[in-house]
Design a protein. Structure first.
Length: 202
């Protein structure tokens, strides 16, 4: 198994953890063994394959993962790949994993191709380790609308007056926090024990 295949398998494990932490059912993903992932990789790398280095994995009826392992992003390559998807597969959410970071111009190209579909973009290097398992990263919990309203009532404070967390923050991206949501953060300290703070996502 080469380094790229190892990275894909590592990232696939992290993506499963990420989706589980978002309370998304990953039953379909659990059915994939490492050998089956390797088969998908090999098929996408076969010489002459129409969409070489691009393959997809279905999460559920609404979400799919697309690995784009080409060294260079070319809009037409992705367009051809998307055109092979069956017309009745009306996915609402696509998680793209790229070999390299996508620049703003290429992100605009992706947006144009997807026509309103929700999407996320990750360079594969950002998914080789689960950031939430780092010892310096505190637990983050998304509050429901009712929970957020209760907190604001109790503290007599507006959401915008809380400290912020950017939706581009790596932890926010992991959980897919949205602008306007209130996040509960649990911090542990040997001196003070556990403390709770709140962050407003912008």
């Amino acid at each position: 198994m080469n380094n790229e295949s190892q990275d894909i398998i590592k990232s696939f494990t992290v993506v499963k953890e990420m989706l589980t932490d978002r309370n998304i059912d990953i039953t379909n993903l659990e059915s994939y063994s490492e050998n089956e992932i390797e088969v998908l990789i090999s098929a996408s790398n076969t010489s002459g394959t129409k969409n070489g280095n691009i393959f997809q994995i279905k999460v559920n009826d609404d979400i799919k993962i697309i690995y784009h392992m080409k060294s260079k992003f070319i809009k037409n390559d992705l367009k051809k790949f998307l055109s092979t998807i069956e017309k009745d597969e009306e996915y609402k959410h696509i998680i793209f994993i790229f070999k390299e970071k996508i620049n703003n111009n290429n992100e605009k190209n992706i947006k144009d191709l997807l026509d309103g579909v929700t999407y996320e973009l990750f360079p594969i290097k950002n998914l080789l380790f689960n950031i939430t398992k780092h010892s310096y990263v505190p637990k983050h919990e998304l509050l429901s609308v009712d929970q957020a309203n209760n907190i604001m009532t109790n503290y007599s404070i507006k959401k915008s007056q809380f400290p912020i967390i950017l939706k581009t923050d790596p932890v926010a991206r992991y959980y897919d926090f949205k602008s306007g949501q209130l996040i509960k953060v649990y911090r542990s300290s040997t001196a003070t024990g556990e403390s709770i703070t709140y962050r407003y996502c912008v």
